[in-house]
Design a protein around this ligand. Structure first.
Ligand SMILES: [Zn+2]
Length: 236
């Protein structure tokens, strides 16, 4: 772009957090290669998209989308996602890339604050961090929206949902969240952030608790979507 960025790039080379290849000066958070390899859902470009529909009848839902299809069984995706899901800092970089794309189509318009889906404190202590906090950080850096933690807490450390049937998931996450500071979110449009959405059961459970505050509207975003695949308008 100009000589200054050329020099900075030469003196301080940047590397893609996913593949560790050196990034060019036009590559921002992750390299173009990795960015284009993520299988987009592009759900936010579809009217009444299938992810949004998961929340109908359950929440005062405004918008919902996920960045990419996540299939743990598919080997071509394994490298990216193993790295992404094990390294929270990679999560922030990928979240920034996601937020840039969503920002282009006005996905964040009218939203007031970001609520990272809370982890139970025992689980957070064990893992050392909440993955959703790092995703929220990436979205904040792009949008400037504030992050509100501790508005809602996870009171029950329920086991992993992956082996459960859809009906069991809903039962497993019922009443596991508790709204702590309703006055903070009263009348606000909240962006609830999760790492992976499958049936939406966990975000629905958390969203129901948030919706106990007066006049709340909710949008949901996740990095991965592990539910049933749908046509994504993605020609890559
Ligand atoms: Zn890369």
């Amino acid at each position: 772009m100009n000589i200054v960025t050329d020099i900075i790039d030469f003196v301080l080379p940047r590397y893609c957090p996913i593949c560790n290849e050196r990034m060019g000066k036009d590559e921002q958070y992750i390299c173009f290669n990795c960015l284009s390899s993520l299988p987009r859902t592009n759900a936010h470009l579809i009217k009444e998209n299938p992810i949004e529909k998961l929340y109908w009848t359950h929440l005062p839902i405004e918008r919902a989308t996920s960045f990419f299809f996540y299939d743990a069984q598919e080997s071509r995706e394994t490298i990216y996602f193993t790295k992404y899901f094990n390294d929270p800092k990679v999560g922030t970089s990928v979240a920034k890339a996601m937020a840039e794309e969503l920002n282009e189509v006005g996905f964040f318009e009218g939203m007031d604050m970001i609520i990272p889906l809370p982890l139970h404190r025992n689980r957070k202590r064990k893992r050392g961090y909440n993955q959703c906090d790092f995703i929220a950080e990436g979205i904040k850096e792009v949008t400037g929206l504030p992050i509100e933690r501790d508005v809602v807490l996870r009171m029950v450390d329920n086991t992993s949902q992956t082996h459960l049937l859809s009906s069991e998931r809903k039962e497993n996450v019922k009443d596991i969240f508790e709204l702590k500071r309703p006055e903070t979110i009263k009348g606000k449009h909240l962006l609830l952030v999760d790492d992976v959405i499958t049936t939406g059961a966990t975000t629905i459970s958390c969203g129901k608790e948030l919706a106990k505050a007066e006049g709340v509207r909710i949008s949901v975003v996740s990095m991965g979507y592990a539910g049933k695949k749908f046509l994504s308008n993605d020609n890559r």
